[in-house]
Design a protein around this ligand. Structure first.
Ligand SMILES: Cc1ncc(COP(=O)(O)O)c(C=O)c1O
Length: 380
């Protein structure tokens, strides 16, 4: 059976090492802030080139911690794409600030710099104070950071890269985690680098910011445990999760390469049948999710045919954030965000993980091409 994401094959490779690490932690009982946590933080910094890594409870808290560090609150606006997982906007909104939704580009599905610029103007018109932009490395590919940084710099805003899906990707020779003023990621199990529960991280090159983030992660702690210097949260990563990630990080570079090979074969096999993903020059995706665009008139039928052939699929995302009940009262760059709205009806994601063998890839490709033909015939 083909899995959408296969965590079992990967586990078989690293299980005995993880078991050993777990046994040690069970013996020493350092479940919170054990040495694995600091070891992981230094290895993650080395991996992505960021001076500091602060691991934390999940990718949403990572965003919240980064936004707390930036002092975001009521009256502030933060520009976010409307085509992303909800956490990107939620982290802004829970702090009382206003997410302002911008459109994405039709080829890469990442934040459109022009629309971001418009969103800044809209925020000002509404009497808000624009503070920053959060590009998202959607489906594994970083946004066009140079273009977005140019917009941000001209407006004196910061850039927070939400690399929950793109950690490990590269953009013009730099690695995601180190592409912006501050970056965050998620270690949710299905992510390219995932643990066995919830986890996340914040990345920064600033010593001062790292010190503040360390305090925010533990209730705004001061010099000692029972001194509180600011509002914070309980946001630590468990030692057991750090142990899992230390083992997974060892095989992560090879897994990223395996994903490149699979994406290449998928493109060759699928490009006649649908719009396959576009990756910018000088950029490498981590292929967190392999998402194609299809004719919305046949998408439902196509999904049914693929299901009947045993091919698991996903729709990321069926409703853009500016049309969600909880978010539709927030401002948008323009009355409509046409690309986000169109994509929600066009996208379809196929199985993608580093252990998808060639036989399974061919099965997916064949089933997809056949299903497109079947769906088109029934639509005609
Ligand atoms: C783009 C993006 N941002 C943030 C998050 C939040 O991460 P977590 O689920 O670890 O809180 C996710 C997770 O799916 C995500 O895809």
């Amino acid at each position: 059976m083909i899995s959408f994401i296969d965590l079992k094959s990967q586990q078989a490779l690293i299980r005995s090492n993880i078991d050993k690490r777990f046994a040690e932690i069970m013996d020493n009982t350092r479940f919170i802030m054990g040495q694995e946590v600091t070891e992981l933080e230094s290895q993650l910094s080395e991996f992505c080139g960021s001076k500091h890594t602060l691991t934390c409870s999940n990718g949403t808290d990572a965003l919240v911690l980064a936004l707390m560090l930036k002092g975001v609150g009521p009256g502030d606006a933060v520009i976010v794409p409307a085509f992303t997982f909800v956490a990107t906007a939620e982290a802004v909104a829970v702090l009382g600030a206003t997410p302002v939704f911008a459109d994405v580009l039709p080829d890469t599905f990442t934040l459109d710099p022009e629309s971001a610029q418009q969103a800044i103007a809209v925020a000002r018109d509404e009497g808000l104070s624009p503070k920053g932009i959060i590009p998202v490395g959607l489906f594994g590919q970083p946004a066009d950071m140079d273009m977005l940084k140019a917009v941000a710099n001209a407006e004196d805003l910061w850039v927070l890269d939400d690399a929950a899906q793109s950690f490990g990707a590269t953009y013009k020779g730099a690695t995601a985690g180190n592409l912006a003023d501050i970056s965050t990621t998620s270690f949710f199990p299905a992510k390219p680098l995932g643990c066995y529960g919830d986890g996340g991280a914040v990345f920064t090159n600033s010593d001062e910011d790292f010190e503040i983030l360390q305090s925010l992660r533990v209730h705004g702690q001061g010099k000692h445990k029972y001194e509180n210097v600011c509002l914070g949260m309980t946001g630590r990563l468990d030692t057991l999760q750090a142990a899992v990630l230390l083992e997974k990080l060892k095989i992560f570079p090879d897994e990223i390469q395996a994903r490149q090979r699979i994406a290449k074969r998928y493109k060759q096999g699928l490009q006649e049948a649908c719009y396959t993903p576009v990756i910018m020059n000088n950029c490498q995706s981590t292929w967190a999710i392999y998402t194609v665009k299809v004719d919305p008139a046949v998408r439902f039928n196509l999904l049914e045919h693929l299901k009947a052939k045993g091919i698991p699929t996903g729709i990321y995302y069926p409703i853009p954030l500016h049309q969600q009940k909880a978010y539709k009262h927030y401002p948008c760059a323009s009355e409509h965000l046409p690309v986000c709205e169109a994509l929600s009806h066009e996208v379809l994601s196929l199985p993608m993980h580093a252990y998808l063998d060639e036989e399974s890839q061919d099965q997916v490709i064949q089933a997809f091409c056949e299903s497109v033909q079947q769906a088109k015939r029934s639509a005609a």
